[in-house]
Design a protein around this ligand. Structure first.
Ligand code: NAD
Length: 246
């Protein structure tokens, strides 16, 4: 049987790396896409079935070249996980335009660019798209003006993709993780935020990379063949409560 191929962006560490390992465990091949060449090549070397593609998802020429390379090597894409992301927390007064753009370029432009470049390959396989947003895209709180706005846009882009691409048999869903102790989160979560999350989350803890990856892999699998246009919070119940954050 032909092996399925998943394209995972931001695959060098964190949620993207955990998701890559779960796909590999389930017998998929994975095209690992990340802009951090050193970290990506280090981890990909040890993963049978994974191939590293160094690419900044916010740069159109790099995205086009990467998808052309994936097409040449695999000729298919059964799943696309738009996971690459950056976080930058701060109040409106301090968010100069360069900081705002850096967040939007990866979190929003990147999802658009990679989805568009992968479309022909996804059409061939009736593939699945999973976009990674955040609980910060579902609920507003302080400091997340750029980050939360970028993720809210990704949530809406997912619904647009589901509406438009259903006729090709392509499903598009969105996962909104709660807090996970990755490099991205730990750079912006103060002790005050960590404590507040523990209080606000019914399960009273951060999630793990694997717990998020399991939801992503399910949505990419045939088990979710009638699921599209959905926004799924994997957040220990945070979104179901009204408890606030700093
Ligand atoms: P992480 O920092 O551990 O990993 C992110 C990866 O994306 C890194 O390997 C980085 O090099 C890569 N990346 C960043 N910008 C890129 C670009 N322009 N092009 C290519 N690669 C790029 O972070 P993570 O926590 O695993 O985050 C993964 C996703 O999950 C992000 O979209 C993030 O917003 C989302 N998320 C994370 C949390 C959390 O608490 N960790 C919560 C909600 C949502």
């Amino acid at each position: 049987m032909t092996q399925k191929l998943a394209i995972v962006t931001g695959a060098a560490r964190g949620i993207g790396l955990a998701t890559t390992k779960l796909f590999l465990d389930q017998g998929w091949l994975v095209a690992m896409v990340d802009r951090d060449a050193a970290e990506l090549e280090l981890v990909a070397t040890d993963l049978a079935g994974a191939t590293a593609f160094v690419c900044d998802v916010s740069i159109p020429d790099q995205v086009t070249a990467t998808l052309a390379a994936i097409e040449a090597q695999f000729g298919r894409a059964d799943a696309l996980v738009n996971n690459a992301g950056v976080a930058d927390f701060g109040p409106l007064e301090e968010h100069d335009f360069a900081r705002w753009r850096r967040v939007m370029e990866t979190n929003l432009d990147g999802v658009f660019l990679v989805s568009q470049a992968a479309l022909a390959l996804l059409k061939k396989c009736q593939g699945a798209i999973v976009n990674i947003a955040s609980i910060s895209g579902l609920r507003a709180s302080t400091l997340r003006l750029a980050y939360g706005t970028s993720k809210a846009a990704v949530i809406h882009m997912t619904k647009q993709q589901a509406a438009e691409l259903g006729e090709y048999g392509i499903r598009a869903n969105c996962v909104c993780p709660g807090p996970v102790r990755t490099k991205l989160a730990m750079a912006v979560h103060s002790q005050e935020i960590i404590d507040a999350y523990h209080d606000a989350i019914p399960l009273n803890r951060y999630g793990s990379e694997q717990e998020i990856g399991e939801v992503i892999c399910f949505l990419c699998s045939d088990k979710a063949s009638y699921v599209t246009g959905q926004i799924i919070a994997a957040d220990g119940g945070f979104e179901s409560t009204g408890v606030g954050l700093p």
